[in-house]
Ligand binder design. Structure first.
Ligand code: ACO
Length: 323
């Protein structure tokens, strides 16, 4: 059977680093509160000339270089983002143009923090369906643009950045020994909209709006939802937590990561944690974490890697990949 195998990976971060202490004069908070409650120590914040498209382009170019490919080799770009450059056209098409790609097709996906997990699953189906042979899957966000910088309960949590994978069609045997995307489980439930949303949009206020979150409420649901989809992937594939080499979760809060790993029986040392460096970068958080763990030599060819994310909607999902 056709498998979508990871051929390359790349990432990009804004130049400016904002440390927890930098918030201390802006809102009533402290480095200690932020670090203790979330694990976050710093985040990157985009300058005016750094956008979702420019960061996404930089991550895409890095992934192509890592894969030894050029834009000519790509058939499809799927961009996961909730902070597009414009309401339309899709920022994926802008990235396609920036890459000088004059063939194929590109579109955006919007599943907030679960966007990258949704995008990998979608790209996998395009590859398996024969519509694309090589896909650039990008998660790129500039959440700093939709934050209320006077709201201490949200502005300290998020950061900007981008990560990208090149997925390529390869013949596999159809077993979990294959490399590539092996299984996925996706969910959404709109009854939770008011717990995490942006209070604006083209069809309602005609404005971009600001992020609103009932953090405690989101926290309460997060661990159950994450473990639910991962257990579904375990059931689909017959593997258990012990079989995993790496757990690469959405980087929203270290306490959510720890509690999910514990509930699933995943050893702490298998969890890739980057929330201290990047904060919550929404759809970029999983590919940014993957990039770090590939670059430092933890994730190697053949490793079994579980990706998961949960975010606004609510949306949530997990993807099992053999690297
Ligand atoms: N500095 C100091 N105090 C603060 C801050 C701050 N930055 N923010 C809130 N507080 C205060 C609150 O006002 C509250 O004070 P009170 O007790 O007097 O009312 C107190 O700290 C405790 O607040 P809680 O919200 O209960 O704190 P909690 O331990 O739940 O941590 C957090 C808050 C970090 C937001 C946590 O709930 C969380 O991580 N939630 C989940 C976030 C998440 O996973 N989001 C999903 C993905 S995001 C996406 O999809 C876009």
């Amino acid at each position: 059977m056709i498998r979508s195998v990871v051929r390359g990976i790349g990432s990009a971060l804004p130049r400016r680093i904002m440390k927890n202490a930098d918030f201390e004069g802006m809102v009533e908070t402290s480095d200690e509160w932020i670090a203790q409650r979330t694990g976050i120590r710093q985040r990157h914040i985009a300058a005016d000339d750094e956008t979702t498209a420019s960061l996404g382009e930089a991550a895409a170019r890095a992934a192509l270089e890592n894969a030894g490919l050029t834009p000519d080799d790509i058939d499809l770009i799927v961009l996961a983002t909730s902070t597009p450059n414009n309401t339309f056209p899709a920022t994926a098409v802008e990235i396609q143009n920036r890459l000088g790609m004059r063939h194929g097709f590109a579109f955006d996906m919007q599943a907030v923090c679960s966007g990258f997990v949704y995008a990998v699953t979608t790209a996998d189906l395009y590859i398996k369906g024969g519509l694309a042979k090589r896909v650039l899957v990008i998660g790129s966000e500039t959440f700093s643009r939709i934050l209320d910088w006077t709201d201490r309960s949200t502005c300290v949590l998020f950061g900007d950045g981008a990560g990208a994978l090149v997925l390529e069609a390869e013949e596999g045997e159809g077993s979990i020994a294959d490399r590539g995307v092996l299984a996925a489980s996706l969910r959404s439930d709109g009854t939770h909209k008011d717990k995490l949303y942006v209070d604006g949009g083209p069809s309602t206020t005609g404005t971009v709006g600001h992020l609103k979150m009932e953090g405690r409420e989101v926290f309460k649901h997060a661990v159950g939802m994450i473990t639910d989809v991962i257990e579904d992937v375990f059931t689909q594939t017959g593997i258990s937590a012990d079989d995993l080499d790496w757990f690469v979760p959405h980087q929203a809060n270290k306490r959510i990561i720890d509690a999910s790993a514990k509930k699933l029986g995943i050893a702490d040392e298998k969890a890739v944690v980057t929330v201290h460096m990047h904060g919550n970068t929404s759809a970029a958080s999983v590919p940014l974490a993957l990039s770090v763990a590939v670059a430092d030599g933890r994730i190697k060819k053949g490793d079994l890697v579980m990706l998961e994310a949960m975010g606004g909607g609510f949306t949530w999902g997990a993807v099992l990949v053999r690297w």
